[in-house]
Design a protein around this ligand. Structure first.
Ligand code: C5P
Length: 301
């Protein structure tokens, strides 16, 4: 979501995502894995503010905006060249050849190393924000092609959809339309996981599970079936690498949710709730017993 504040400044809100299914079918010659995943955006947003600066200057200032409810010390955010926001800005300068500069303020709410794609969403937001600030005139499909070079999840956030099946390494997007909001309680434990390490420990499926049944259940609003069809091939390797994920699975098994799952490569874990009231109530319960960050969220429509 892009807002022009004035000629020299604009803001973009970038959502987190949850994976309702994720199947890994093969390792590819390029080192990535072939996957099929159903992703939905949720209403936890980072905000990026872009302000014109002298040509050649790329500045980034991070601000954590963590609610007091979360009882947690925010992780430190990288501000060097490995930060995806700066990588996105540099990539735009390199590929378009324009001589521009920017100061970027990143107001961070999406936890890091969480399987919620905060970094990828910020990278997508940076491409959109700078395309506007610098009047580059690139199409969403141009931005998506650039985004795929930054990370497998980035094109999803440039697809102008709130839900999609993503294939290939994640960059081939088939938008799907959800008719109702889904309500979730999400826990990000203290530990995070490296996406690369989780994929390295994953055994691709011999007979891959398709997401088509889950899509049908979503489209006919059968939440009971949706809960039973949640699936993530990366769950087992993530649990081997991180006890906190298996502890969360045990905890969610004892909650009255419709279904539960780890998101992406972890470590966030979510439960599908009957409604927003239940999501808020369970978030309150989990907050009082669980270290880490707890969110009651809904899918964006
Ligand atoms: O694409 P991205 O930079 O987010 O991926 C991080 C790492 O996760 C990759 O370097 C790769 O090791 C692993 N990965 C994978 N297969 C995918 C996506 C990511 O093996 N489809």
């Amino acid at each position: 979501m892009l807002r022009k504040l004035h000629a020299d400044c604009c803001e973009v809100s970038t959502p987190a995502k949850l994976n309702l299914s994720l199947e890994v079918s093969a390792q590819r010659p390029d080192g990535y894995h072939e996957l099929e995943t159903l992703m939905v955006t949720i209403n936890v947003f980072d905000t990026l503010r872009f302000t014109q600066a002298p040509a050649g200057h790329l500045g980034l200032c991070n601000h954590w905006c963590v609610s007091r409810q979360h009882h947690t010390t925010p992780d430190s955010l990288p501000t060097g060249p490995d930060n995806l926001v700066l990588q996105a800005a540099s990539l735009l300068l390199r590929t378009t050849g324009v001589s521009r500069g920017v100061d970027i303020d990143l107001f961070k709410r999406i936890p890091l190393a969480a399987g919620l794609a905060g970094g990828s969403s910020d990278a997508a937001g940076t491409l959109v924000g700078l395309n506007s600030l610098w009047n580059l005139g690139l199409s969403l499909s141009d931005l998506s092609e650039l985004g795929a070079r930054l990370g497998s999840d980035v094109p999803f956030f440039l697809a102008a959809t709130t839900a999609a099946i993503c294939r290939g390494r994640g960059e081939i997007i088939e938008p799907i339309r959800l008719t109702t909001s889904l309500h979730f309680v999400v826990v990000k434990p203290a530990a995070g996981l490296s996406t690369a390490q989780v994929f390295q420990n994953c055994q691709p499926a011999q007979v891959p599970i398709s997401s088509s049944g889950l899509v049908r259940s979503l489209q006919c609003g059968d939440l009971g079936r949706v809960g039973l069809q949640l699936f993530n091939r990366l769950g087992a390797p993530a649990e081997k690498l991180c006890d906190q994920v298996s502890q969360l699975r045990d905890r969610f098994t004892r909650l009255p949710v419709l279904g539960h799952l780890m998101s992406g490569s972890g470590t966030s874990y979510f439960g599908l709730c009957h409604n927003s009231q239940q999501a808020r109530q369970l978030a309150g319960r989990l907050r009082s017993t669980h270290p880490g960050q707890v969110f009651a969220v809904q899918s964006c429509v």
